[in-house]
Design a protein around this ligand. Structure first.
Ligand code: HEM
Length: 542
């Protein structure tokens, strides 16, 4: 019967068949939509593109903020066929941020075919949904970034790198207009490169050489282009995640504007991955050629390659026998990629956002400087120590307030393993929630005058009669580094870099925003990314 129907089909029947299939698809799509559990308010979705059609032309963050204004603290959107429940109030997200391994929210996002095509899923930490593998990786990651000896080293590297960058800035002269985000991205990349591989990638030196571009031979120019391409490929890869998250395969392959971009993103991915795999291969050979009685360098890459091998430099052993095995190249790659992706742009953006706010709030800058002068004394060349950083109370308040106004990671995603009650509804396991931190950190029920920029809401607030809501210290109102078991493992390094750089810059220099009237220029797809911040670095007037 079926074969008879198929053989009776002619070319002329194809349009009718396509129409029938489309009707079936659309009917199924809307049947599922109208019968979904716990319908919430949200933009009406279209087949194939879901709610994404409404977002075009405006950043993801701005779009979500506008939806919050329209639909309230709990609403839904559909992206790439996935239903996302958006949560905008701290009390709605408490369960998601419980720091227990028994949490019902162990994973972040479903690994869709988009993530698979972009080769994001299933490795490293950020997009790893295999709990065992994530736990294994996370131990090594935390070990590399959270120990006191690492903190000490990281401050030392930051001091050294600052001295280098300062000499380049002086060379360019105080009237030179520099794009701070480009410098900061190179700064943070150079630090994370050192943490991850133990080697220097000369990202700052090569950028300076590119700007002055006079004394370079062909070989040096080639190296410089390589370093520039590598850093830009990280930025492009991070930006690209949104395309593979928000658009399904059909949209990515057939929508004219999106198709071209996706092709470029995939080419960039191949370039970046190739660079990282080469790095791993080269280090393996280096380790094999190092005699057993000679020490190996103490960095993430070496730790990963030698983990659970006779050359293991850490005595930590895991109870679970499955995890007592060496890491594969794919696993090592996933972790190094995560470190580069998560550790470059985030911190660089944060520094630029702080500089922008300090440019607009001179009284805050003045108080910050007073704190720096008090903690560091009169010697403007003394290297920073960890102890100095621990004493910076007002600086902590400033960075928190900047982040509250201009977050970098503006949403945190979680999936429930088992069904659970959230916002008064019972949600089946596998539901994707997004904590919209850009709204949550300004919610009027949790913040006093939320739109006002005032670091004092975080500074010795117990002594104030003004910030009564802040005084309550309600959980999950300020999620700079996320929460629960998936909290950022790079937070110490990020804050150390940020605070050190602020001291090193502001104790000696003034950062002048070239266009005081320009808004903060950033794009907001998966995270908020500073696009440009043109400044002049002038000697400080005492
Ligand atoms: C200012 C800088 C940074 C900010 C604002 C930031 C923020 C965040 C946030 C919000 C998350 C998600 C946490 C959650 O879902 O609860 C995260 C995850 C992560 N961050 Fe950071 N981060 C920064 C710097 C870094 C650095 C320097 C590194 C390291 C090298 C790093 C590595 C990671 C990794 C690997 C994850 C995924 C953790 C997991 O899934 O287990 N981050 N970060």
């Amino acid at each position: 019967m079926v074969t008879e129907i198929i053989s009776s089909f002619g070319i002329s029947d194809i349009p009718s068949l396509l129409i029938i299939l489309s009707i079936i698809y659309v009917t199924r799509f809307y049947y599922n939509y109208f019968t979904r559990p716990n319908p919430l308010p949200g933009p009406f979705p279209l087949p194939i593109i879901g709610s994404a059609y409404q977002q075009i032309g405006c950043g993801f963050n701005s779009w979500l903020i506008s939806l919050h204004k329209k639909y309230g603290d709990m609403f839904e959107i559909i992206l790439a066929g996935q239903r996302l429940i958006i949560l905008c109030r701290p009390d709605l997200v408490v369960k998601m941020n419980i720091p227990s391994t028994k949490t019902n929210y162990p994973t972040r996002l479903h690994i869709t075919e988009g993530f698979m095509e972009y080769e994001l899923g299933g490795k490293g930490l950020t997009f790893n949904n295999d709990h065992k593998s994530w736990k294994y990786n996370r131990q090594f990651f935390s070990q590399a970034l959270m120990t006191p000896s690492f903190n000490h080293l990281a401050v030392e590297w930051t001091n050294e790198l600052w001295n280098e960058m300062e000499s380049y800035w002086n060379n360019l002269g105080e009237d030179y207009e520099l794009d701070l985000i480009k410098w900061m991205r190179r700064f943070t990349n150079e630090i994370i490169f050192k943490v991850a591989t133990g080697t220097k990638n000369n990202a700052i030196a090569s950028y300076h050489d590119m700007l002055i571009n006079n004394s370079l031979n062909e070989k040096e120019k080639e190296k410089l282009i390589e370093s520039k391409n590598f850093i830009e490929s990280i930025e492009t890869y991070v930006e690209g995640i949104f395309y593979f998250f928000a658009f399904n395969k059909f949209t990515r392959n057939y929508f004219p504007l999106i198709r071209g971009k996706v092709k470029k993103l995939l080419k960039n991915k191949d370039y970046l991955f190739d660079r990282l795999y080469t790095l791993i291969k080269e280090r393996r050979i280096e380790i094999e050629n190092t005699p057993l009685d000679q020490p190996l360098s103490h960095d993430m890459l070496t730790t990963f390659i030698t983990a659970n091998t006779p050359r293991d430099i850490n005595a930590v052993k895991y109870a679970d026998a499955d995890l007592l095995r060496p890491m594969t190249d794919n696993e090592i790659f996933g972790n190094i990629l995560d470190a580069m992706l998560a550790g470059t742009d985030t911190t660089a953006n944060f520094i630029c956002f702080v500089v922008y706010y300090l440019g607009h709030y001179p009284e805050v800058k003045q108080r910050l400087r007073q704190e720096f002068d008090r903690v560091l004394g009169k010697d403007l060349t003394r290297p920073i120590t960890n102890k100095d950083l621990d004493e910076l109370e007002y600086c902590d308040a400033v960075t928190k307030e900047v982040y509250r106004h201009s977050p970098i990671v503006f949403f945190l995603a979680r999936i429930n393993a088992q069904h659970d009650k959230v916002g008064g509804y019972d949600w089946p396991g596998g539901t994707t929630f997004q904590m919209l931190t850009s709204v949550l950190m300004k919610h009027k029920d949790y913040w006093t005058e939320p739109e006002k920029f005032d670091p004092d809401r975080f500074y010795r607030v117990e002594e104030s009669d003004k910030y009564l809501l802040e005084k309550k210290k309600i959980k999950d109102t300020l999620l700079i580094f996320g929460g629960g078991i998936r909290m950022c493992p790079g937070r110490k390094l990020a804050l150390m870099e940020l605070k050190s750089l602020l001291i090193l810059i502001y104790r000696k220099y003034d950062v002048e925003l070239v266009d005081m009237n320009a808004p903060l220029k950033y794009s907001s797809d998966m995270i908020n990314v500073c696009k440009e911040l043109i400044v002049r670095i002038k000697p400080r007037k005492f």
